[in-house]
Design a protein around this ligand. Structure first.
Ligand code: TZD
Ligand code: CA
Length: 528
C-alpha cells in the first residue's frame, strides 16, 4: 500500500511535473518533506513571483507547471499574477496546503476558509477533495482540465493530514490516463470557410496568441501566402504569432474599437484566429467593423467565441484549421501587397538611451532566436517597429496587463528554454512587483538577462492621464531606485548604463557570462 503523498508524486512524475514552484508554510511541509530526489523545488520569495515564474515556465515550455502555495495568504499573494494566466491560457496546477480536516471548520490559524471560492473567478476549476483518498484523483482531474482546451489555471486545496493516509488501491489507473481534444472542422464547415476566403475581394487575417501557443506560426504564414493577404496581430498581444518581417505583416492592431475599424478599412472579410474579438483597452467607442465587412472568428475557447460582440465563430483547433485552410484555398492573384517599410531610424535619447536605440541594438546584437519577455509599458510602438521576431515563442507580455509578470516570467522561461537566451525588458515601475525573482535566478543559476528601462516614472500612466484628460495625478513617478544595488543584494551581478554603446558592451558581456545579469538603462520617456 502506498500513501496519498506517494501516489501524488507518482502521478506528477508521469505527467512530467517534477519541478515544483513554491513558497512553503506549515500546511505544506508534510507534502514537501516526502519530495522524491528526482523532483526539483524552485523557491520563490513571494507568491506573486512564484506564480509568474511558473507561468513563464509553462508558456515557454508549452507544458503545465506545478505550483505549491501556502494556504490562503500565499494564494492571495499569487492572485494578481493569476489575472494574466487566465488570459494567456496557462495550464497552471496550483496547489495550496490546508489545515487538517477536523480543524478547518473552527477557522483555526492557517485554515483556508471556503478554499475553493478564494481563487475564483480566476481559475478554470477549483477543488478541495472530499476525502484523503480522492486527493490523487483530484490532482489528476486538475492536470487534465488545465490542459484541455481552452487551457487555464486550476486550484486544489489539500488538508495536510491527507498526505500520510493510505491511497485508494485503484489509484494506479490514474497513472495511465491520457486525455486529449479532437475538435476538427466538418467537411461542410471547411468548404464554407474556403468559399468565404476564395470569394472575398480583400480578406485580412488577424492573428492572436493561440497561434504561437499552438506552434501554428508556419501554418499562418502558409495561409497568408496562399491568400496574398495582409496580416495583423490582434490587439494587446501577449505573444507574437507571425514573423514581423514577413511581407504580409502589417503591425499590431490598436486596442480601441474605432482604431481597429479604421485599420481594417476596405477589407470585406476579416478572419481572426486564436485571439478574443477583441482585447480592447482604451475606451474609444465607434463602429465594431468597417461597413460591409464580415468577421469570422476561429478559436479553441468557447468563452472567447461566445462573448464577442460581432462576427461568426467556430470553436476549433487553430493549428489544424490553419493548416487545412492553407492547403485548401486556391485564390486568384490579388493586388500585390505594398512593400514592407524599412525599420524606422532610431531616435536618439537626450543624455540617456532612447528606447528606439535600445531595441535597435538588441535586434543587431541578440541571438536570432532570443526570447523577449516584455513589461515596459510605454515603449510598445518603439518595440514593434524595431524588432524582428520570426520564431515561435519569441515574445511574452502579461496577458491581462497585470504587472509583476515580466521579471519572474523571464526567469521561468529561461529555466524552460536553456538553449535560447531569454531577455527581460522590464520597466523601472514593473520591476518592483516581481523583483524577488532575481534571488531565485541567482540561486538556481538561471542565465537570464534582465534589462531595466529606467525612465523614473510610470510612463504609460503619464500617457493615459493625457488620453483621459486627467492631468497631473499623484503617484506617477518612481525616482530614486538603484537596481544595481538591489540586484547585487539578491546575488545578481548588475551594471548601469546611459549610452547605447555602453549598453551593447554590457549586453555582450552578459551574453558571454552565462549567469543572471541585470542591466539598468537610463531611458528617454516615450509614449506607448
Ligand atoms: N499594478 C498592477 C499590478 N498592474 C498594473 N497594470 C498597474 C498597477 C497599473 N500600471 C499600468 O497599467 S502601466 C504602469 C502601471 C503602474 C506603469 C508601469 O511603469 P514601468 O513602464 O516603469 O514599468 P513604463 O514604460 O515607464 O510605462
Ligand atoms: Ca518607467
Amino acid at each position: 500500500m502506498i500513501s496519498v503523498g506517494e501516489a501524488t508524486y507518482q502521478l506528477l512524475r508521469v505527467h512530467g511535473l517534477t519541478t515544483i514552484f513554491g513558497n512553503p508554510g506549515s500546511n505544506e511541509l508534510p507534502f514537501l518533506a516526502e519530495m522524491p530526489d528526482d523532483f526539483r523545488y524552485v523557491l520563490g520569495l513571494h507568491e506573486g513571483a512564484v506564480l509568474a515564474m511558473a507561468d513563464g515556465y509553462a508558456l515557454a515550455s508549452g507544458h503545465p507547471a506545478f505550483i505549491n502555495l501556502h494556504a490562503a495568504a500565499g494564494s492571495g499573494n499569487a492572485m494578481g499574477a493569476l489575472t494574466n494566466s487566465v488570459y494567456s491560457h496557462s495550464p497552471l496546477i496550483i496547489t495550496a496546503g490546508q489545515q487538517v480536516r477536523s480543524m478547518i471548520g473552527q477557522e483555526v490559524m492557517l485554515a483556508n476558509v471556503d478554499a475553493t471560492a478564494l481563487p475564483r473567478p480566476l481559475v478554470k476549476w477549483s477543488c478541495e477533495p472530499a476525502c484523503a483518498q480522492d486527493v490523487p484523483r483530484s490532482i489528476s482531474h486538475a492536470i487534465h482540465i488545465a490542459s484541455l482546451p481552452a487551457k487555464g489555471p486550476v486550484y486544489v486545496s489539500v488538508p495536510y493530514d491527507d498526505w500520510g493516509r493510505e491511497a485508494d488501491p485503484e489509484t494506479h489507473h490514474l497513472m495511465a490516463r491520457r486525455t486529449s481534444a479532437a475538435g476538427c472542422l466538418s467537411p461542410e464547415q471547411l468548404a464554407d470557410l474556403v468559399e468565404s476566403l476564395e470569394g472575398a475581394k480583400n480578406p485580412a487575417l488577424v492573428l492572436g496568441p493561440e497561434v504561437d501557443a499552438e506552434h501554428a506560426n508556419g501554418d499562418a504564414v502558409r495561409l497568408a501566402d496562399a491568400l496574398n493577404a495582409p496580416v495583423w496581430i490582434a490587439p494587446s498581444p501577449s505573444r507574437c504569432p507571425f514573423p514581423t518581417r514577413h511581407r504580409s505583416y502589417r503591425g499590431v492592431l490598436p486596442a480601441a474599437v474605432q482604431g481597429i475599424t479604421d485599420a481594417l478599412f476596405g477589407h470585406d472579410l476579416i478572419v481572426v484566429v486564436g485571439a478574443p474579438v477583441f482585447r480592447y483597452h482604451q475606451f474609444d467607442p465607434g463602429q465594431y467593423l468597417p461597413a460591409g465587412a464580415r468577421l469570422i472568428h476561429l478559436t479553441s475557447d468557447p468563452s472567447e467565441a461566445a462573448r464577442a460582440p460581432m462576427g461568426d465563430a467556430l470553436v476549433v483547433n487553430v493549428k489544424e484549421t490553419l493548416a487545412r485552410l492553407a492547403a485548401a484555398v486556391r485564390c486568384t492573384p490579388l493586388p500585390a501587397l505594398a512593400p514592407l517599410p524599412d525599420y524606422r531610424t532610431p531616435q536618439s535619447g537626450n543624455g540617456c538611451v532612447h528606447p528606439d536605440e535600445l531595441f535597435d541594438a538588441l535586434r543587431c546584437n541578440a541571438p536570432d532566436d532570443a526570447v523577449y519577455v516584455k513589461e515596459s509599458t510605454s515603449t510598445t510602438g518603439s518595440f514593434w517597429s524595431l524588432m524582428d521576431l520570426s520564431r515561435q515563442g519569441s515574445y511574452f507580455f502579461p496577458a491581462s496587463g497585470g504587472l509583476g509578470f515580466g521579471l519572474p516570467a523571464a526567469v521561468g522561461a529561461q529555466m524552460a528554454l536553456p538553449d535560447r537566451q531569454v531577455i527581460g525588458l522590464i520597466g523601472d515601475g514593473s520591476a518592483n512587483y516581481g523583483i524577488t525573482a532575481l534571488w531565485t535566478a541567482a540561486q538556481q543559476h538561471v542565465p537570464v538577462i534582465i534589462v531595466i528601462l529606467k525612465n523614473g516614472t510610470y510612463g504609460a500612466l503619464r500617457w493615459f492621464a493625457d488620453v483621459l484628460g486627467a492631468g497631473e495625478a499623484p503617484g506617477m513617478d518612481v525616482p530614486g531606485i538603484n537596481f544595481v544595488q538591489i540586484a547585487n543584494g539578491y546575488g545578481v551581478s548588475a551594471t548601469s548604463v546611459n549610452r547605447v554603446d555602453d549598453f551593447v558592451r554590457a549586453f555582450k558581456s552578459a551574453l558571454a557570462s552565462r549567469s543572471p545579469t541585470v542591466i539598468e538603462v537610463d531611458t528617454e520617456l516615450t509614449k506607448p
